[in-house]
Design a binder for this molecule. Structure first.
Ligand SMILES: C[S@@+](CC[C@H](N)C(=O)[O-])C[C@H]1O[C@@H](n2cnc3c(N)ncnc32)[C@H](O)[C@@H]1O
Length: 296
């Protein structure tokens, strides 16, 4: 197992995040009225944020995958969300059949994207097993499911990813965890609340720091992993700015859960929430993503 920190400058300067009109690119000039439609911030928050996240991660990795896949014929994306990863893989591998799997039906934002003829979507619940035959896929991918799968479900879901992948095929996981570097007092406080909430709800983001172990325990070989260290905030350039907005928006959305589960007052929570972005700038905080892949 090898961990490495990619060169941040590759990501920060990557054209993907700077090209005008990229899907998912927020247009601040269009204002931020709540409920507005079009390409303003509000629309970005609700519709395009997942696409921004996709371009962000692709840019960070320099690719849509890291495993040494070789002309896969069948590709599966579990928890595919908008399906943008699968659509791009379908273009990259025109001879392959790509299947996106998600508990939700394809949403309006994803319908607006073109669906290549070699890409299809299947609805289902990964917690109830994958509706695919043994050894059906050459490459199985799962990304950003940390908040979707309770800690106790991870070994089962990974065993399902392994079951539907053929012998010699590859499985790749990309996740966010609960690890930061150079944090200030507000982030520390927020993470204390985070961990209390996790102990009440059965989720455990720290498990994402052990993805290689999960894959090895599931019987995979050639397991490799990477820790992707990303600046949080404008101090890290355009990518850092987008990540900070995304993470902050996720925290904002979780406010009702925090306040009800931890009996926090809205005032106390808002105070911390409002202070986080500036603290990330002041402390030049880093956030981590984790990637691991292995061969069946
Ligand atoms: C944070 S999104 C990640 C989407 C996509 N993988 C990406 O990287 O942009 C998590 C996705 O998992 C889906 N999901 C949540 N629970 C699931 C389950 N039990 N089975 C299948 N999909 C699930 C959600 O509907 C959502 O689309």
């Amino acid at each position: 197992m090898a961990s490495s920190y990619p060169n941040w400058h590759t990501f920060r300067d990557n054209a993907i995040l700077h090209s005008a009109g990229e899907p998912g690119e927020p247009d601040a000039s269009k204002g931020c009225k709540s409920g507005s439609v079009g390409r303003g911030w509000s629309a970005w928050e609700t519709k395009s944020r997942p696409l921004t996240r996709h371009y962000f991660l692709k840019s960070l990795l320099g690719s849509n995958y890291a495993a040494p896949i070789d002309y896969p014929k069948r590709i599966l994306d579990v928890g595919c969300g908008t399906g943008i990863w699968g659509r791009e893989m379908a273009h990259a591998f025109p001879d392959a059949q790509v299947v996106g799997f998600d508990i939700e039906p394809q949403t309006p934002v994803s319908h607006a994207l073109e669906v290549p003829s070699n890409c299809l979507f299947v609805q289902g619940n990964a917690l109830q097993g994958l509706p695919f035959a043994n050894q059906d896929f050459d490459f199985t991918h799962q990304r950003l499911m940390v908040a979707a799968l309770p800690a106790r479900a991870w070994p089962y879901v990974v065993s399902e990813l392994v079951r539907v992948t053929r012998a010699g095929g590859w499985i790749e996981l990309v996740e966010a965890a609960d690890t930061f570097e150079r944090i200030g007092p507000v982030t520390k406080k927020y993470m204390e609340w985070w961990h209390k909430l996790e102990s009440k709800t059965g989720f455990d983001a720290s498990l994402m720091t052990k993805l290689p172990t999960l894959l090895i325990k599931a019987g995979l070989s050639q397991v490799k992993d990477r820790v992707l260290q990303v600046p949080l905030g404008t101090w890290g350039g355009r990518g850092g700015e987008l990540l900070a907005k995304d993470l902050h928006a996720i925290f904002v959305n979780l406010k009702p859960v925090y306040c009800s589960q931890l009996k926090l007052s809205e005032k106390e929570f808002d105070k911390a929430l409002n202070a986080l972005p500036q603290e990330w700038e002041t402390y030049q905080t880093y956030f981590h993503f984790y990637l691991a892949y292995g061969q069946k």
